[in-house]
Write a protein that binds this ligand. Structure first.
Ligand code: ADP
Ligand code: MG
Length: 214
């Protein structure tokens, strides 16, 4: 079983993430319609399709696929989430471009950097009903798994589950950032689409690694 993410596995992670978002497109759009304006699914899938077309066949480093995602989201995608995801992917690109393989520690480092960046740009805290509600628990889970010297797959599973739980929890929260803060109680019962997308991101990482274990 892979203990590190090679450039090929990072590529599989990014492609798997794009496929998962594509599949969830209607659900994400509906979540954003209930808690904002309904452009989230289109914003994400447009950026991801463009990025997929630009992915190289053989990435040089595990940072390369994330660099392509970041560049595409920063230059083309719309909404509030476009630039935020662009900067989130950028931290994975930065960490990954410095190494031949991504370890669990490197994923934890990228996630922490991404959390810091998203917070610096959007100033959302845990409990504001944003993607940060999934990023924060996923990052804590990764750091904990690294400290406990857990295998890569276990660490990514913990991150995916923490992100998904965090995303689910946003359905009980009144929004304090972005458009969802204007709709108040109308958004209750529906999770934040940005947080759900972070769950898809870490679930895709787990699937990329778990696929190699059979
Ligand atoms: P818009 O609200 O401009 O239509 P999108 O629909 O593209 O933007 O993205 C909405 C998502 O952006 C939300 O689901 C939330 O996760 C995320 N978001 C909004 N504001 C912030 C913020 N200040 N910090 C972090 N994430 C945010
Ligand atoms: Mg929107």
């Amino acid at each position: 079983m892979a203990q590190q993410l090679s450039p090929a596995l990072a590529d599989r992670w990014v492609r798997g993430f794009a496929a998962a978002v594509e599949e969830a497109n209607d659900r994400l759009t509906d979540m954003d319609r209930r808690s904002g304006d309904g452009d989230f699914g289109v914003n994400m899938t447009t950026g991801l399709r463009r990025a997929l077309a630009a992915l190289p066949d053989r990435p040089d480093t595990p940072g390369t696929p994330f660099q392509v995602l970041s560049d595409t989201f920063l230059s083309h995608s719309g909404g509030t989430s476009g630039p935020l995801f662009g900067m989130w992917f950028r931290d994975f690109a930065k960490v990954g471009s410095q190494m031949d393989f991504l370890t669990l520690g490197a994923v934890a480092e990228a996630s922490q950097k991404g959390w810091d960046t998203v917070t610096r740009l959007g100033s959302a805290k845990v409990g504001d009903r944003t993607m940060v509600d999934a990023i924060a628990p996923a990052t804590e889970a990764l750091k904990h798994a690294e400290q406990e010297a857990e295998p890569l797959e276990a660490g990514l599973r913990a991150a995916a589950e923490a992100a998904e739980r965090g995303a689910e929890g946003t359905s009980q929260i009144l929004g304090r950032k972005g458009r969802t803060s204007y709709v108040g109680e109308a958004a209750l019962g529906v999770p934040d689409p940005g947080a759900v997308t972070i769950g898809l991101f870490y679930r895709a990482a787990l699937d990329a690694v778990a696929d190699t274990s059979s």
